[in-house]
Design a binder for this molecule. Structure first.
Ligand code: HEM
Length: 146
């Protein structure tokens, strides 16, 4: 994957403005609400019975931060996202048995959370670069499935 200087600075700008501790829980919470079948992987997380329970669940919040912490590694290793995520891909495949289609759902929910927060400060060109990053992340997380 090649990144232009403009793409690198667009990603850095978006990432620099994000509060990971806020956006992570919101993005994971949104996945669990919008795509309720994803709840099956989080059987140890306690009450996920409705939207308010999900958004108030401390385990969801904590895991949302963990996921965004992993995305931080991708942002800091744009030239080797696949290598950065090799172990994480293997974990989701072999141990967690997560259907890889779900990675895209989480990426989309994260994009929606960001768009909602940034509004006009997330114009189409910036979204295009962001979507490219999400596509590379999803591909990297899927790479050890085959
Ligand atoms: C655990 C990252 C998407 C299900 C983890 C961990 C990380 C991570 C860093 C902790 C690994 C460890 O303990 O060593 C990510 C990233 C994702 C993603 C970066 C996409 C951008 C998903 C999706 C699902 C999922 C879509 C299911 C719908 C899980 C589960 C765990 C886990 C069930 C174990 C949670 C626990 O019991 O603590 N993920 N993940 N992940 N992930 Fe993901």
């Amino acid at each position: 994957v090649e990144w232009s200087d403009a793409e690198r600075s667009a990603i850095a700008a978006v990432w620099g403005k994000l509060n990971l501790d806020e956006v992570g829980p919101q993005a994971l919470g949104r996945v669990l609400i919008v795509y309720p079948w994803t709840q099956r992987y989080f059987g140890t997380f306690g009450d996920l019975s409705n939207a308010a329970a999900i958004l108030g669940n401390p385990k969801v919040a904590n895991h949302g931060k963990v996921v965004l912490g992993a995305l931080d590694k991708a942002v800091k290793n744009l030239d080797n996202i696949k290598g950065t995520y090799a172990n994480l891909s293997q974990l989701h495949c072999e141990k967690l048995n997560v259907d890889p289609d779900n990675f895209r759902l989480l990426a989309d929910c994260l994009t929606i959370v960001i768009a909602t927060k940034f509004g006009a400060a997330f114009p189409p060109q910036v979204q295009a670069t962001w979507q490219k990053l999400m596509a590379v992340v999803v591909a990297a997380l899927t790479s050890r499935y085959f």
